[in-house]
Design a protein around this ligand. Structure first.
Ligand SMILES: Cc1ncc(COP(=O)(O)O)c(C=O)c1O
Length: 481
C-alpha cells in the first residue's frame, strides 16, 4: 500500500491548506445567524496535490467496465460511447435550471418528448414518461398506474400482483411498497411461466402480473401470448420489466406481446453504465387506455411548442423535476445514432456472444437450461463439485485474472447460479480470453482447490466477511478501529 492509498483522513496534517481563495472586492452579504455554522467542519487537511494523488490512486484500484471485461448478467455493464457523455454535458444542457420557464427550455423538452416517442415506438406502446429515476422506480410508477386504473374502474378489491419465482427481487419489493400483496408462482425448470400455476392463482382479486422477457435465465417466454390472454381475461394488467430489452430491441415489442405497462432501464440498454449506484433512469410506458395515469407533469407538443401539462387522473409527480436528464440525453443520442435501421443490430450480437461463451464452457460448468439462450445465460456452478469449490470462489478467483465476476447466486431458482451477460460490444478476443480464464479456474478448482477457495490474491482488498459487511457496514472513517 502506498502513502496515497491510505484514507484521506489518515494523510491529513493539521493546518495544511489545499487552496487559497484570493480576497476580491465582492459585496458583503449578511448571513442570518441560523445559517451560520456553529462548530468547525471536521474535514481532512490536505494539499491539493495530496487530494489529486489520493483519488487518482484509489480510482485505479477499482474495477470498472473501463478497466476490464464485466460480464455481470442482468446488471449489464456495457461500453458506452464516450461521445454520448460529452454531448450530455454540453453547457446548453448541463446549465439548465430545473425551474426555468418552459419557453426557455425548449431544447431539453424536445429531447424529452422525442426520447419518449422513440421508446414508445420501440416497445409498441402508446406513451412514456421519463420521470422515474431507476428501474425499480419505474416499477413503482407502473404499479401505481395499475392501482389507479382499477380504482378508477371501481374495482379496488384487486390487490394481488403475480410474480414468478424467477423474477428480479425488485418486482415483489415494488409491489409491496405500492401496497399490493404478491402471489409467487413456481416457474418451469427453464424459468418460464408455468401456465397451470398461473391459472391456479387467477381470480377477480388479481391486479396484474409482472414479467421479464427474456426472463432472468435468458430464456424467451414462448407462451407469452397465452399468459397475456389469461391475465387479461381475469381482468388483470400485464407489466413488462424491461431490464432485459437489449435482446429484443428492434426485433420484438412488448406491446405486441400483450403488455400494458413497461419500464425500461436506460442505464442498461441505452448508453449509461449500470451498477455501483450511479445515476439511472427507468421510464415507464403504457398502452392507450393508461396514458392519462402517467406521472405528472406530462410533456407534450402542439403548434410548434413543447410544454408541460398535468393530467387529473395522473398518479402524481415522482420526483421534484423531470427525471434524470443526463441519462435520457445519452439515450437520445444513442437511439439517434442507431436509428430505426440499425437498432435491431444490437440484440443479435448480444445473443451471439452469450451463446458463444455458453457453448464454449458447458463441458466444465453445469448448464441447467440447455439450448439456445438470449442475451444472457446461467451456469449452476462447476460440473465437478468434488473439491467443494463454489460459485463464490470462482467469482473471487476471476478478479485475479482481471475479469469482473458474473452476477452470482441470482436467479434464485438454482443454488450455484452464475449469470453471464457479455453484451453486444465485446470483441471475439475478449470473449476468448474470458473463456480461457474460466477454463483455467475450473482446472485450478480440481488441481489446487485451496488457491481458488482463498482468492482473490492480487487485489488490494482480499476476501471480505460478506455477512459482516452487509450487516455491519462501517461507513464513517471515525468508526474504523
Ligand atoms: C430484471 C431486472 N429488473 C429490475 C431491475 C431494477 O433496476 P434498477 O437497478 O435500475 O432499480 C434490474 C436491475 O438490474 C433487473 O435486472
Amino acid at each position: 500500500m502506498t502513502f496515497y492509498d491510505r484514507l484521506i483522513f489518515e494523510i491529513s496534517t493539521k493546518d495544511r491548506i489545499g487552496y487559497h481563495y484570493q480576497k476580491k472586492d465582492y459585496p458583503e452579504t449578511k448571513l442570518p445567524e441560523v445559517l451560520k455554522r456553529q462548530i468547525d467542519l471536521d474535514l481532512p487537511e490536505v494539499s491539493e496535490f495530496d487530494v489529486v494523488r489520493h483519488y487518482t490512486n484509489v480510482s485505479q484500484k477499482n474495477f470498472g467496465v473501463e478497466t476490464g471485461f464485466y460480464p455481470l448478467g442482468s446488471c449489464t455493464m456495457k461500453y458506452n460511447p464516450k461521445i454520448n457523455d460529452e454531448l450530455a454535458t454540453l453547457p446548453g444542457f448541463a446549465n439548465i435550471h430545473p425551474l426555468q420557464p418552459e419557453k426557455t427550455a425548449q431544447g431539453i423538452l424536445r429531447v424529452y418528448y422525442e426520447t419518449q416517442d422513440m421508446l414508445a415506438k420501440i416497445s409498441g406502446l402508446k406513451a412514456y414518461s421519463l420521470n422515474p429515476f431507476a428501474g425499480a422506480h419505474g416499477e413503482l410508477a407502473g404499479l401505481m398506474i395499475i392501482k389507479a386504473y382499477h380504482e378508477k374502474n371501481k374495482d379496488s378489491k384487486r390487490n394481488l400482483i403475480i410474480v414468478p419465482d424467477s423474477a428480479h427481487g425488485t418486482n415483489p419489493a415494488s409491489a409491496t411498497v405500492c401496497g399490493f400483496d404478491t402471489v409467487e408462482i413456481k416457474s418451469n425448470p427453464d424459468g418460464t411461466v408455468n401456465i397451470e400455476a398461473l391459472k391456479a392463482v387467477l381470480s377477480d382479486e388479481i391486479a396484474g402480473l409482472m414479467l421479464t422477457n427474456p426472463n432472468t435465465a435468458g430464456v424467451f417466454e414462448k407462451d407469452i401470448k397465452e399468459v397475456s390472454r389469461l391475465v387479461h381475461e381475469a381482468g388483470g394488467l400485464l407489466y413488462y420489466d424491461g431490464a432485459n430489452l437489449n435482446a429484443l430491441l428492434g426485433k420484438a415489442k412488448p406491446g405486441d406481446m400483450g403488455f400494458d405497462i413497461t419500464h425500461i432501464n436506460l442505464h442498461k440498454t441505452f448508453s449509461t453504465p449500470h451498477g455501483g449506484g450511479g445515476p439511472g433512469s427507468g421510464p415507464v410506458g403504457v398502452c392507450e387506455k393508461l396514458v392519462e395515469f402517467l406521472p405528472n407533469p406530462i410533456i407534450d407538443y402542439q403548434d410548434g411548442k413543447y410544454f408541460f401539462r398535468n393530467s387529473k387522473d395522473s398518479i402524481g409527480a415522482l420526483g421534484g423535476f423531470y427525471g434524470n436528464a443526463s441519462v435520457y440525453l445519452r439515450a437520445y443520442v444513442y437511439l439517434l445514432t442507431f436509428g430505426k435501421e440499425h437498432i435491431g443490430d444490437i440484440g443479435p450480437l448480444a445473443v451471439l456472444n452469450a451463446n458463444y461463451i455458453k457453448d464454449s464452457l458447458k463441458d466444465l460448468f453445469e448448464l441447467p437450461i440447455d439450448g439456445h439462450c438470449m442475451h444472457e445465460f446461467v451456469f449452476d456452478g462447476l460440473k465437478d463439485q468434488s473439491t467443494g469449490v463454489k460459485t463464490l470462489d470462482i467469482a473471487k478467483r476471476l478478479l485475479d485474472y482481471g475479469v469482473h465476476a458474473p452476477t452470482i447466486y441470482f436467479p434464485l431458482i438454482f443454488s450455484q447460479s452464475m449469470m453471464i451477460e457479455p453484451t453486444e460490444v465485446e470483441s471475439k478476443e475478449t470473449l476468448d480470453n474470458f473463456i480461457k480464464v474460466m477454463r483455467t479456474v475450473a482446472q485450478e478448482a480440481i488441481e489446487n482447490p485451496e488457491l481458488v477457495k482463498t482468492a482473490p490474491h492480487t487485489t488490494l482488498v482480499r476476501r471480505l466477511d460478506e455477512v459482516k459487511a452487509a450487516r455491519n457496514p462501517i461507513v464513517k472513517f471515525k468508526d474504523i478501529k
